[in-house]
Design a protein around this ligand. Structure first.
Ligand code: GLY
Ligand code: MN
Ligand code: MN
Length: 465
């Protein structure tokens, strides 16, 4: 059962947005466009996250207009029996105010005619910059239409602002409703990972050929079975050496006995993403070298989790991860102590980057890589320059975001070992990532994806069952 959403939540969000606009300002938020796939087929429609955050409305061809005095207007598809016979039910402007709690609603066919009137006598217009191709020029067209009326006494907005900043800050802190949906999405995704792990071992035990797509099918089954609309991003199901390709997609490669499988997959539920990675032995038993690297990545994740708490910086979990991983690389001989020096040297010179080349997390929410500034807003002016030891580039560093209760983020260390001179061959082609989703709480963080085991022994026990 999906979680019911009271319309009051959306009304509260619109009111909070209106409070941050000037009283004479206006904000325009379109939903996403539909995209053609080929000939008559379209890609599955996914609404725009900002639009949905403020309206809860899932139909395409819709716009929301909010004024600084808190008045909201929806433009949506008109009722049309013939189109509804082909494409399905439309809410329509007549039912929209009662159903969605907006103050007024019109057919989207009236957008061109009504927008200039809505913009008239406003001080500033806000909309998401650089998200909707062509929106800037449409706003210009509407402003021109207002200008054509200035000799009759109309005032034309004199400023345009990016709406993303305000909405990103709102979306960064998840309210109680958002947390409930994200917890449910996380549960569904965890069950999907469990299902894929079990299927892999069961098929190999039965002597069947296993391909990556068999495990992808298990994920999809579990997502849809529990009401998730679709995966939150393209699932990665990577067997053996494919795990070292960071953006590998589930494909038709064989899953061989003795290899590891890396699955990075999460469902989207009612607009909210989950994002889990587990790495497990295809047959249910880690080999010695696989286990050595797995336990190292897990230890680095423990360190990251311990560093994820209110008052810490967003970069603290990454730094904690890098410290543990780099020490492990030196201990296991992935990095040669004679060549790379001490732990501090190897970190300072970013030598770990050969095996760990991504960040340890990102914001999570409606978008899997969710919106929100990674720089602490109150410290934006405090930039310091540093030279990157690998590229030689000079980079401006700004103080990283301070974590606060209600923020949601992933914690996802990894280790990817490609064949290379000087690297012990026992580790070649092993790719491992362990990714969990967390809420910042008052005292630390809560991992919401641990219904799928993460300890090597617990994974082996699950796969034996
Ligand atoms: N699945 C995308 C990520 O982990 O960031
Ligand atoms: Mn992630
Ligand atoms: Mn992921």
């Amino acid at each position: 059962m999906n979680i019911p959403v009271p319309t009051a939540i959306y009304a509260q969000r619109r009111a909070r947005l209106a409070d941050q606009l000037g009283r004479d300002d206006i904000a325009i938020i379109p939903t996403a466009p539909e995209h053609s796939r080929n000939r008559d087929s379209e890609y599955l429609f996914r609404f725009d996250s900002y639009f949905h955050y403020l309206s809860g409305f899932t139909e395409p061809h819709a716009w929301l207009v909010i004024t600084g005095d808190g008045h909201s207007t929806l433009f949506c598809q008109p009722k049309d029996l013939e189109r509804e016979i082909w494409d399905g039910y439309r809410l329509g402007p007549l039912a929209a105010p009662q159903h969605l709690g907006v103050d007024a609603a019109f057919s989207v066919a009236e957008l061109e005619q009504r927008l200039p009137r809505l913009l008239e006598n406003r001080h500033a217009v806000w909309y998401p910059f650089a998200i909707h191709p062509g929106l800037e020029s449409r706003v210009s067209g509407w402003l021109n239409a207002v200008r054509a009326r200035v000799r009759f006494g109309a005032l034309c907005p004199e400023a345009q602002h990016d709406l993303c900043g305000i909405l990103d800050e709102m979306r960064l802190i998840k309210d109680v409703h958002e947390q409930a949906v994200m917890r449910r999405a996380a549960q569904i995704s965890a069950a999907a990972h469990v299902r894929a792990m079990r299927r892999s071992a069961a098929m190999l035990r039965a002597g069947q050929d296993v391909c990556e797509y068999h495990l992808d099918a298990e994920l999809l089954h579990e997502f849809r079975q529990h009401g998730s609309q679709y995966p939150a991003y393209s699932s990665i199901v990577a067997a053996g050496a494919n795990a070292c390709v960071l953006h590998y997609r589930a494909d038709n490669a064989p899953v061989r006995d003795g290899e590891l499988v890396l699955i990075d997959a999460g469902c989207e539920l009612d607009g909210y993403a989950s994002d889990i990675t587990r790495t497990f032995p295809a047959n249910g038993r880690f080999s010695g070298p696989q286990r050595d690297l797995y336990d190292l990545v897990l230890a680095s994740q423990h360190a990251a989790v311990a560093a994820t708490r209110p008052g810490a910086r967003f970069t603290d979990p990454h730094e904690a991860t890098v410290k543990v991983l780099t020490q492990g690389m030196l201990d296991l001989g992935l990095l040669d102590k004679n060549q790379h020096g001490t732990l501090e040297d190897a970190i300072e010179n970013r030598h770990y980057f050969a095996f760990y080349m991504h960040r340890t997390g990102h914001w999570l929410g409606m978008d899997v890589h969710d919106c929100g500034s990674y720089v602490e807003p109150s410290e934006r002016g405090h930039a310091s320059l540093r030279r990157d030891p690998l590229s030689g580039e000079t980079i401006a560093n700004r103080p990283s975001r301070i974590l606060r209760p209600g923020m949601a983020l992933t914690i996802e260390p990894g280790l990817y070992v490609r064949p290379s001179d000087g690297v012990p061959p026992a580790f070649w082609n092993i790719g491992i990532r362990i990714e969990d989703d967390a809420f910042i709480t008052d005292t630390g963080c809560e991992l919401i994806t641990r219904d799928v085991p993460v300890q090597a022994d617990a994974i082996e026990a699950l796969m034996r069952g």
